[in-house]
Write a protein that binds this ligand. Sequence first.
Ligand code: ZN
Length: 227
Amino acid sequence: MDLVQDPDLAYVHFAPPCGTCSRAREKPLSAALKQQGLTGPKPLRDSTYPQGLPTLTGKDLEKVTAANNIYKLCCSAIRTLHRRGIAVSVENPTRSWMWNMPCFEEISTLLSGTVDFQACAHGGRRPKWSRFRSALVDLSPVARLCPGDHEYAPWGATRGPSGWAWSTAEEAEYPAVLCQRVAALAAAHVSKLGWQLQAPGPLEVPSPPARTLPTACSIRPGSVADL
Ligand SMILES: [Zn+2]
């Protein structure tokens, strides 16, 4: 929580983990994958129990409790930042149960901006729906849908050298183009505040694999390229 007290903050983005909140857990496995002996992840939350099903035990309970603690920490940080007049945004899948957590519902009016978008509208390989909720910064240009001019990478699981890998894990990464667009909006916000950027040149967009934003990253004067 030291970071949210930093005097040089202008904008903070939160990308809390979404694995235990994923609605992909509700999708049945394909017959082909079942035949190969794969058992899919089970739902850990639902609309009645967004904080975790009462039947959870063992590792599942541990994972849900750890995720809930992160969500509560994010909400607490967002409240503090909002009181300080600092712009914030927070991201999770559009249908994530995280948005139904009581701690997020309590700050719903504070997070006045909501944009939904598909990853492949920002350079992603799949039409995954994500949501940004924000305060004190305009992220509306991010609300873009699939242009419908390309093939999607398949969903599901593939077996690699280190075992099965779920496509949803690949989609947890932000596409590079999305990072560049959000960074540009953040830079515009910082400029409006009258801050001088030391590195205002075009951001370098790496080719795949896409960059991942850390759980919480901040923008300080001259460090927009770090986003
Ligand atoms: Zn698309």
